[in-house]
Design a protein around this ligand. Structure first.
Ligand code: HEM
Length: 446
């Protein structure tokens, strides 16, 4: 069992003052917590005029995301405002009847039959990655984060638009979306502080212009790849009678936005953690060497590789790509004797819950074994939620599990990415959680 404690941002001995909190939040949503926050059940924060309630206990996760989801289905103004110019009517940020209708139409796209089709695309892309890494000279150093971003973008673009999408189109979309995300970093922080909408954000109207560029890029891609497109998500959308072209564009973009960086950062963390823990890596190799057969269809791989899955689960526990989930209360409510006014923002923070001292043994250690079926202590229900819970759980949870398992298994089958000894990589979160550097690694052949 690994004794490795992977890096995490500084935790303050006592609560920071308002201005210090704002200073930290502008840089990173993870580095303003106190040590104490990892032991508390509720935290109420006042920032300028805004009250935020952090519900940091499993009962609250169940209450807000599942049992009383109707009252808490609206995502916070933070999320709404930052993504509205790009994907105004999409599953990711809508609520009420619109969300209901889109959810009903879209969730079947990720059923078992589709997953088998998508898994063939994932495998083909991973075989190409194997070939590329196989041709690297013995002495090589790659920045792993951009490497995984390119892999994840190619896989997702082929699934969204069809395998014939060109690398140039895929890169153009990735670049325009990255520019959009950059444009909303400041906007996010302003909105988080509850500043009125008329206060100009540091970004000015950058996000409007960046959204227009993304829309032009994706419209061109949709026009190019729409004909003869049956096996992609675009093909599935085009088969629906009652979604407008703009809605299809926004849903495809929402998938790209929600799925591209989350997968890339998770894979980067997996390689980093494995390189620090040779014992875990060795057990992974034993499992994949005994199960993988090059010719097999691999759609049911996640069930055949429990240790590989456990490594992925533990990586998502330590580094959840969405470390904070936020909701707005529609009507006033009371929970655990705490009044929740209408319009209040409730934060459920996987970053805290996944490392909460009351619910996890050695919460900051990397211990994949805790997720195995025979683990002596099972995770406490509702303390582990990298994909959320309830009606708004990640629509692509199974898809992502398959994609992550295939990627780790097929690449670790032939390669051992290694870091320089002692390389420190710390998580940072502006929009989603990611490594704070490109994670240089050497690809060693097995
Ligand atoms: C490691 C990979 C991923 C993680 C950790 C992840 C995590 C999440 C989480 C936590 C939510 C819920 C947010 C909330 O409750 O506020 C969510 C929602 C969503 N995710 Fe994922 N996601 C991943 C990959 C993907 C992929 C690959 C796609 C698309 C292909 C995707 C599409 C979506 C969509 C559309 C929603 C909104 C669902 C709704 O509100 O009904 N995600 N995801």
């Amino acid at each position: 069992m690994s004794d490795f404690i992977p890096p995490y941002p500084i935790r303050h001995p006592k609560t920071l003052g308002g201005l210090d909190t704002i200073k930290h939040l502008r840089r990173d949503l993870l580095s303003f917590w106190t040590e104490n926050a990892f032991t508390r059940k509720f935290i109420t924060m006042k920032l300028l005029n805004r009250t935020l309630i952090i519900a940091n206990l499993p009962e609250a996760v169940n209450y807000i995301l599942i049992q009383h989801y109707d009252n808490y289905q609206k995502k916070s103004s933070l999320m709404q405002k930052s993504l509205m110019p790009l994907i105004p009517d999409s599953l990711l940020i809508s609520h009420g009847d619109l969300w209901q209708k889109h959810s009903h139409l879209i969730r079947p796209f990720f059923g078992p039959e589709q997953l088998t089709t998508f898994s063939a695309v994932m495998q083909q892309t991973l075989h190409e990655q194997q070939e590329r890494w196989g041709k690297l000279p013995t002495t090589n150093t790659l920045p792993m984060l951009p490497e995984m971003r390119a892999l994840s973008a190619t896989m997702l673009c082929r699934i969204l638009f069809g395998s014939q999408i060109s690398d140039a189109d895929c890169q153009a979309l990735t670049k325009s979306v990255a520019a959009y995300l950059h444009s909303i970093e400041d906007l996010d922080v302003n909105t988080f502080f509850g500043l009125p909408t008329w206060v100009p954000s540091l970004g000015g109207n950058k996000s409007g212009k960046a959204a227009k560029a993304v829309h032009e890029c994706i419209d061109k891609i949709i026009a190019t790849y729409s004909p003869a497109n049956t096996n992609s998500l675009l093909g599935l959308f085009l088969s629906l009678p009652d979604l407008s072209p703009a809605q299809i564009r926004h849903e495809l973009l929402a998938f790209f936005l929600a799925g591209y960086d989350t997968t890339a950062t998770t894979l980067t963390w997996v390689w980093y953690l494995l390189a620090q823990c040779p014992d875990v890596e060795q057990r992974l190799h034993q499992e994949i060497d005994s199960v993988l057969n090059d010719t097999e269809a691999l759609a049911d791989l996640p069930t055949q590789l429990p240790y590989t899955r456990a490594i992925i689960d533990e990586t998502l526990r330590l580094y959840p790509p969405f470390p904070m989930l936020s909701r707005e209360a529609a009507a006033p409510d009371t929970f655990h004797d705490k009044p929740i006014p209408a319009g209040a923002t409730i934060l459920i923070v996987p970053w805290l819950l996944h490392r909460h001292k009351a619910y996890w043994e050695k919460p900051d250690h990397f211990i994949p074994e805790r997720f195995l079926a025979d683990a002596p202590v099972k995770p406490t229900p509702f303390t582990y939620l990298p994909f959320g819970f309830g009606a708004r759980e990640c629509v692509a949870k199974q898809f992502s599990t398959l994609q992550l398992t295939l990627s780790v298994a097929l690449l670790a089958q032939h390669f051992r990415p290694q870091t320089k000894p002692g390389l420190k990589v710390t998580p940072i979160c502006k929009v989603t959680l990611s490594p704070d550097n490109d994670v240089p690694m050497t690809i060693v052949k097995r």
